[in-house]
Write a protein that binds this ligand. Structure first.
Ligand SMILES: Cc1ncc(C[n+]2csc(CCOP(=O)(O)OP(=O)(O)O)c2C)c(N)n1
Ligand SMILES: [Mg+2]
Length: 371
């Protein structure tokens, strides 16, 4: 496949896709032997493989349901992850409970795998909370909307882990567009200089809103990391086993004093940037179609079928579970209570702040004047 951009960079994204891409399952579901990474997933049992399949199906279902809720006026906005399920599930399921994740807005499958209830994923998008969950309950920070900022938070957390002498690893999830931000460069320099146990996990979904990745990356984005002294790997982000293998390997290295790692998961954003965006204005339908053929769920399903693992019973049970989660999610979302207006001031600062107190009393007076 050759994709010629309308911009003057004229990068051949098709060629870039295949540069040193770690793959364990081919797009048609065949196992690809990989001497380096096979051992990292050799322990997975049939039950764990089916559980991972269930994760993929359920997170897609949550995502589709959330998009429907937004279209029905129940959410202000939703950033879909359609197409990126394997990159998120494979990496999140490689984490230890005490590891700590730092997300952007699109990593809802990571949050799901960490134990965030689907209803809590949409509190912010329904406007009923400033963060849907307590970060310390699930070792997952509040998603960052400021592109790339969370790479600094993750690096700081990792430096704290070093000082505490614990073998916890922190993970920064960010997109291809974020790699153009100064914050990401600063985070990588700090991480490399102090050998911080942090993984930079870049989901290259080919788009930063309507900007194709080829416009801001003349080389694969993973090529940047070695320049900072951080080893990097480029993985097929639609291959859940390959993502888990490279993530386990990078985590192990960081956990045992090897310093930071960088993973570029090559995937594709099959939906719009958010529900406010119309990708038909800028996405080439033929390009999208070629990525649809690499769908992460169809691929894993074909692989499991080939292994004789996905029995009719297992398939039916996963489908029933997805229905159940979707029903509970919808009911939970619609049942979210509106917060008291003044509570918007509650968690801005950890300690009392006179300026904020002044604003709060002013707002209280305003609300009283409306009674
Ligand atoms: C510092 C900053 N600049 C610009 C924006 C506006 N913005 C929101 S999403 C986005 C694109 C991000 O693309 P990418 O990092 O590839 O993540 P993706 O949305 O593809 O998951 C931009 C520029 C922002 N939120 N923060
Ligand atoms: Mg992107």
């Amino acid at each position: 496949m050759r994709t010629t951009l309308s911009h003057d960079t004229n990068i051949d994204l098709g060629a870039l896709e295949s540069v040193d891409l770690v793959q364990i399952i081919s797009p048609t579901g065949e196992r690809v032997a990989n001497a380096q990474y096979d051992p990292w997933i050799a322990d997975l049992t049939t039950g764990q493989l089916v559980a991972m399949y269930e994760d993929l199906v359920v997170v897609r279902r949550i995502d589709v349901e959330a998009t429907a809720l937004q279209r029905q006026g129940e959410l202000g906005l939703w950033p879909p992850l359609l197409g990126q399920e394997a990159a998120q599930v494979g990496s999140a399921r490689a984490l230890r409970d005490d590891d700590f994740g730092f997300l952007s807005y699109r990593e809802n499958a990571v949050a799901y795998c960490r134990g965030v209830a689907p209803r809590d994923l949409v509190r912010v998008w329904r406007g009923t909370a400033l963060c849907g969950w307590n970060p310390f309950d699930v070792n997952l920070a509040t998603p960052a909307i400021i592109i790339g900022a969370q790479t600094l938070h993750a690096t700081g957390y990792a430096l704290g882990c070093l000082k505490d002498g614990v073998d916890t690893v922190s993970v920064a999830y960010f997109g291809d567009g974020a790699t153009s931000e100064g914050d990401v460069t600063e985070a990588m320099i700090f991480a490399a200089s102090f050998r911080a146990p942090v993984i930079f996990f870049c989901q290259n979904n080919q788009w930063a809103i309507s900007e194709p990745v080829g416009l801001q990356a003349q080389r694969p984005v993973s090529d940047r990391a070695p320049g900072f002294g951080i080893p990097s790997v480029r993985v097929d982000g639609n291959d859940v086993l390959a993502v888990m293998a490279v993530m386990r390997s990078a985590l192990d290295r960081a956990r045992t004093g090897g310093g930071p790692g960088y993973i570029e998961a090559v995937t594709y954003r099959m939906g719009p940037h958010t529900t406010s965006d119309d990708p038909t204005r800028y996405v080439d339908p033929i390009d999208r179609e070629s990525w649809a053929a690499k769908d992460p769920i169809a691929r894993f399903e074909a692989y499991l079928d080939g292994q004789g693992v996905l029995t009719e019973e297992a398939r039916a049970s996963v489908a029933a579970r997805a229905d159940e989660v979707a029903r509970e999610f919808r009911a939970g979302c619609l049942g979210l209570e509106n917060p008291a207006p003044l509570s918007v001031f509650d968690h801005v600062y950890a300690t009392a702040n006179p300026e904020l107190a002044r604003q709060k009393s002013q707002y209280a007076a305003y609300l009283r004047s409306m009674e």
